[in-house]
Each structure stands twice: as structure tokens, then as C-alpha cells.
Design a protein around this ligand. Structure first.
Ligand code: ADP
Ligand code: MG
Length: 617
């Protein structure tokens, strides 16, 4: 695999010419910007001393907008124009956005095939909304650093696909930022803890935020980080803890379920306060509508335990995908506000059998790692050279005959990567080939996600199977996929880069992986059947062509009928669902046609010796 050197030659400069570079954690609920100054890395606060910027934009009539805390104020009164969680919409097509959008209270419309948010300030894309947040952070950084930013490192989840990464870059460009590099969030966290300074190691990054859970397994080798595997749950986090506690309060205060919805917001606020306080205290007094009680740490832990337990299967899955067990993990890093909960720390420690790193503020750790990386990439540390790798979240492949998917790059392959495979034509004289790129773990095209289609035209006509077409899948360091198809003899070439509108949500990834596991057995059977059917088709086509050319010359009437009967039998079995029967029918037909094949061969030889072509007979 080709490694990518990221500190560009010639970028290094003298210390007094320190280039201003920042790291940005563009989060679902909060974003942060951090910077290395005089060798110290810290997150930058706003004028009121607040480090976190809520990832919220409020659009106003007339075209203006507010960002962050100022925008959040409008969440209740003006929900349609107060855009939160826009990260979940990045790089998504219309269908995806509609599915996610049902959980979000916004008005979506379509504009030239792409989803847009309908706001008082006009139609806004998720990229534009993200750009506003980035612009706010850029302004904050430039004011506090006193100069223009040379470039930034922006973090994205390790499982972000091509479209989501490209959208993040587009948002940065729109905000007037130069992206030195997109960095995966778990890798940033590992860098913040200085794990990159070790000789080598295998690390688990456990990220439990407000609404999402991610586990990533990283490997460090010769200064190179590689994301070996990722897993998680895009709908599990601190918000679920709050709901569980709120439910308990409602039970205690004897509030009927159906009456609760009008008060749910205030109950949730109390629940969240109780949860956060119980991180440091043993008990927390609660008063709600005349009910006075208290929640103890151990009661809280009883409520939260089943939820925290739900994170462990994903940890096991990530380990399995990485081909490791929990003994292999040398260090565990905690990321996200919910990892402050003592029981979370304890259960993670029990699972990995070692105490996790918790010293750096779990809200800031990703931004800090990004800033350290930005400082290096901007050329402020000419001696350091760091190679960072990510993995593909799902397998990428091509459609082949029979509606099957041939996987070219398996899931969890470290990127950047390039893999090539040779294909050939199915029909005589075929001059074009359709290429269909798919993503997913299933065997059938219909069960995978279609990413793009393109054609290779102008192939020199050849007999079936003679052409050699090399298809290369290449994923760059930022996760963008380009696919090239080239006919080897003529050099004719065609290429496509997969475009942003083909997004995919982390929920979809989870679902696709689950489906692949659930259908593993029948998928193998279906694949087997389709392959036999394709082979049968090939045999039938070839035999028919031969019979048409010289069957009546080389075969007696009874031989001809015998072969035709075998052909009919194969045709019939092919329509059935028994792969074994098809294979057997092919073999029988091969036996029946043995004599015929031998005679054709003799005819071809004697004809060649006489300087005649077969069809001149
Ligand atoms: P996200 O990555 O989804 O934006 P964060 O990493 O900011 O989320 O985590 C937010 C979550 O952390 C919220 O559910 C919040 O209640 C929780 N949290 C913050 N501080 C504490 C604390 N002291 N104890 C327990 N949970 C906390
Ligand atoms: Mg987070």
C-alpha cells in the first residue's frame, strides 16, 4: 500500500515565522477550535470565556443569522429556523435526509436533486450551515491569535464516507478555510494523549457523547496510525441517560405517561442536572411538582447500567473486525461528555481490563489532537512527520454477471489504498462495458448501495473472455473514491470519482452490517446459484453458436437430438433454484458434447492445414 507523506517538502520554516494553524472539532452538538501557542495546546474561548460553541445556526428573515448560544435561544420559539445537528445531514442525498429528517423538525425541499433546508433566510444546504459554524470558529481563532489562519485540521468520525468528507471540505472552503487535512476523531484523541510518541501500540478510543457512541481500534506502527476498525451506535448517548432518569422521576412523582409530554423538557433538564451532579456527589435532591425526593449514585447506576452495557457488543464487534481480543488493547482513551459518568469508566475498565485515560477534558480532547496535528502540518515542526490512516467503513465493489457484487476493497481496509482486479467480456464482439460501483457487505447488487455507474466504450471487438479490463479502485487520504477501468491491449480508459450526493448514514452502515450477518448463509447460497446460472448461460450460448455454425455438418441426426435434449434439460434446470442440479446438468451436457467437441477440433485442425476457415466447410 502506498503511504502518504503529509508534511510537504518546502513547507518548513524558521521558528519566528510560526504559521497560525488550528484544529477544529466540528461536532454534532458542540464544536471547538484549538491551537498550539508557545508549545502549549489549548482550546480557544469566546469573549465570554466559553470554549464550546453549540453547533446551532438560527436563520432570520432578511438573510441574517446567529450561531452558537445566541442561536440556541431560538430553539423552542422558532424551531424551523433553528438548525441543530446539521452534521447528521452532511453529504446525504434527498432520501437519506428524509429518513433522518423525520427525527428533525425542519422543512426540507429539493433543489436540483439536492436536499435544502427551507428557512426564513431562504434555502440553505447542510454545507452552508456547517460553513457558518466553521466561519464563527475561524473568526474566534483569528481574533484570539491576531492573524490569518494558514490552515486547519478538521476532525470527522472515522466512519464518515466519501460524500460526508467531501461535504465537510466544501463547508470549510465556503468558510474561507484551507483544509490541511481531515483527521478522524479517534486518531485526534490518541494524538492528544501523546500516544503517537510511543514506539507502537494498539489502542481503543471509546467516545460516548450526547447522542452517539463510537468505538475505534487504532494501531500505531513506525509513527503511523491506522484505524483498524470502527463500530458504534448512532442513537445511543447521554440523552438516553437523561430519558431513563426522566422516566424514573415521572414514576416517583406519579405523573401519568400521557400527561408527561407537556412537561418533558423540564423533566429532562432536571434529569440531566441530576446525572451530571452525581458524577461528583453521592446523592442529588430532586423536587418536581410537589414531589420531593432524591436520586442516589447507586440508584442512578442501576438505571444507567443497561444502557452502558449496550456499548459493549459494539466494542466486541470492533475487536473482532480488527482480529483482536480485549487483551491486545494496550491503552483506552475516553472521549465525549458522557464518559465522565463514573459507571461508564468502571464498565469500560472492566471490559478492557485496564484503567482508561481520562485526564484531558473529554469534550476538548478531539480538538486538542487536531490542533497538534495542524501545527505539524503547517510546518511548525519540520522534524515530525506523521502518517495517519483511516479505514473504509463498508466494502466497495463492482456488479458482475448475474447481479452479483465482486468486492474490490473490503471493509475496514486502511486508506489511502488502491486495489485492482481484471475483468473480461461476456459476449463475443462486446464493445462496451457497464460498470456499477456498489457499497455494502451483501452478495447481491439489489441488497447493496449503488454509488455510481459509468461505461467503458470503444473496446476492440473480441471473442468473449479475451478482453482484459483492469478496474482500479483508489481511495485517497481523505476517503474520496475514484474508479478507473482500462482495457489492457488498446489502453482505452474511463474513470469516475464518486460524488457527494451518495451519502450514507451511520445508522445505515449499522443496518447494512447487521443485514449482512443475518443473511450470511442465504447470501452464499444465492451467490452460488447465480454463479451456476451465469456459467450455464455461457455454456448454452457457446453451444448454440457452435450448433448453428456446423452442427448439421458434424453431427448425425440422433446425436444432434441427443445434444438438443441435454441443452433443453440445462435450460430448464437453470430456471430453477438448485445450484447443484445446474452444475450437474452442465456436466452432463459436457459429456454428451464430448464427441462433438472432438470433431470440431479435428475439423478446425484439418481446415487450418488446408488454409480454410471453419465456416467455409
Ligand atoms: P456530542 O459528542 O454528542 O456532541 P458531548 O461529547 O458534548 O456530545 O457530550 C454531551 C453529553 O455529556 C451530554 O449528554 C451531557 O449530559 C454529558 N455530560 C456532560 N458533563 C457530564 C458530567 N459531568 N457527568 C455526566 N454526563 C455529562
Ligand atoms: Mg463528540
Amino acid at each position: 500500500m502506498a503511504l502518504l507523506q503529509i508534511s510537504e517538502p518546502g513547507l518548513s520554516c524558521a521558528p519566528h515565522q510560526h504559521r497560525l494553524a488550528a484544529g477544529i472539532d466540528l461536532g454534532t452538538t458542540h464544536s471547538l477550535v484549538a491551537c498550539v501557542r508557545s508549545g502549549v495546546c489549548e482550546t480557544l474561548p469566546d469573549e465570554q470565556g466559553r470554549h464550546l460553541l453549540p453547533s446551532v445556526v438560527h436563520y432570520q428573515t432578511g438573510g441574517g443569522c446567529q450561531v452558537g448560544y445566541e442561536a440556541q435561544i431560538f430553539a423552542d420559539a422558532d424551531p424551523l429556523n433553528t438548525i441543530a445537528s446539521v452534521k447528521r445531514l452532511m453529504g446525504r442525498g434527498l432520501a437519506d435526509v428524509k429518513a433522518i429528517g423525520s427525527r428533525l423538525p425542519y422543512d426540507f425541499v429539493e433543489e436540483s436533486g439536492m436536499p435544502r433546508l427551507k428557512t426564513a433566510a431562504g434555502l440553505k444546504s447542510p454545507v452552508q450551515t456547517s460553513a457558518r459554524i466553521l466561519w464563527e470558529l475561524k473568526t474566534r481563532a483569528e481574533q484570539s491569535l491576531g492573524g490569518d489562519l494558514t490552515g486547519v485540521v478538521i476532525t470527522v468520525p472515522a466512519y464518515f464516507d466519501d460524500a460526508q468528507r467531501q461535504s465537510t471540505k466544501d463547508a470549510a472552503t465556503l468558510a474561507g478555510l484551507k483544509v490541511l487535512r481531515l483527521l478522524s476523531e479517534p486518531t485526534a484523541a490518541a494524538i492528544a494523549y501523546g500516544l503517537d510518541k510511543q514506539a507502537k501500540g494498539i489502542y481503543a478510543i471509546y467516545d460516548l457523547g450526547g447522542g452517539t457512541f463510537d468505538i475505534s481500534i487504532l494501531r500505531l506502527q513506525r509513527g503511523v496510525f491506522e484505524v483498524l476498525a470502527t463500530a458504534g451506535d448512532s442513537a445511543l448517548g447521554g440523552d438516553d441517560f437523561d430519558r431513563e432518569i426522566a422516566h424514573w422521576i415521572m414514576q416517583q412523582a406519579e405523573i401519568p405517561e400521557d400527561a408527561a409530554h407537556t412537561r418533558i423538557r423540564s423533566i429532562l433538564t432536571i434529569a440531566r442536572q441530576a446525572k451530571e451532579k452525581l458524577t461528583d456527589q453521592e446523592s442529588y435532591p430532586i423536587e418536581f411538582e410537589g414531589w420531593c425526593g432524591s436520586l442516589s449514585r447507586s440508584q442512578l447506576e442501576q438505571l444507567l447500567k443497561p444502557l452502558i452495557q449496550k456499548t459493549l457488543p459494539a466494542c466486541r464487534r470492533a475487536l473482532r473486525d480488527a482480529g483482536l481480543n480485549n487483551q491486545d488493547i494496550q491503552e483506552v482513551v475516553m472521549v465525549g461528555g458522557s464518559t465522565r459518568v463514573p459507571l461508564v469508566r468502571k464498565m469500560v475498565e472492566d471490559f478492557f481490563q485496564r484503567p482508561p485515560h481520562v485526564d484531558i477534558d473529554p469534550d476538548k480532547v478531539v480538538a486538542i489532537g487536531a490542533a497538534i496535528q495542524a501545527d505539524i502540518l503547517a510546518g511548525n515542526k519540520p522534524d515530525s512527520e506523521m502518517l495517519l490512516l483511516d479505514v473504509t467503513p463498508l466494502s466497495l465493489g463492482l456488479e458482475t454477471m448475474g447481479g452479483l457484487v465482486e468486492k474490490i476493497i473490503p471493509r475496514n481496509t486502511p486508506i489511502p489504498t488502491a486495489k485492482a482486479q481484471d475483468f473480461t467480456t461476456f459476449k463475443d464482439g462486446q464493445t462496451a462495458m457497464a460498470l456499477h460501483i456498489l457499497q455494502g457487505e451483501r452478495e447481491l447488487v439489489t441488497d447493496c448501495r449503488s454509488l455510481a455507474r459509468f461505461e467503458l466504450r470503444g473496446l476492440p471487438p473480441m471473442v468473449a473472455g479475451a478482453a482484459r479490463i483492469r478496474v482500479t479502485f483508489q481511495i485517497d487520504a481523505d476517503g474520496l473514491l475514484s474508479v478507473t477501468a482500462q482495457e489492457q491491449a488498446s489502453g482505452i480508459k474511463s474513470e469516475i470519482v464518486v460524488k457527494p450526493s451518495y451519502g450514507l448514514s451511520d445508522n445505515d452502515i449499522e443496518q447494512m452490517l447487521r443485514d449482512a450477518l443475518d443473511h450470511a448463509n442465504d447470501d452464499v447460497e444465492t451467490r452460488n446459484l447465480r454463479e451456476q446460472q451465469v456459467e450455464a448461460d455461457r455454456v448454452i450460448n457457446a453451444l448454440r453458436a457452435a450448433l448453428k455454425a456446423d452442427g448439421h455438418k458434424l453431427l448425425r441426426k440422433d446425436e444432434f437430438n441427443n445434444i438438443n435434449a441435454g441443452l433443453d434439460k440445462l435450460l430448464k434446470t437453470t430456471r430453477g433454484k438448485d445450484a447443484g442440479a445446474i452444475a450437474q446438468a452442465i456436466e452432463e451436457l459436457n459429456k454428451i458434447t464430448q464427441t462433438y467437441a472432438a470433431r470440431r477440433m479435428d475439423a478446425a485442425i484439418s481446415q487450418a492445414m488446408q488454409g480454410h476457415r471453419v465456416d467455409e466447410f
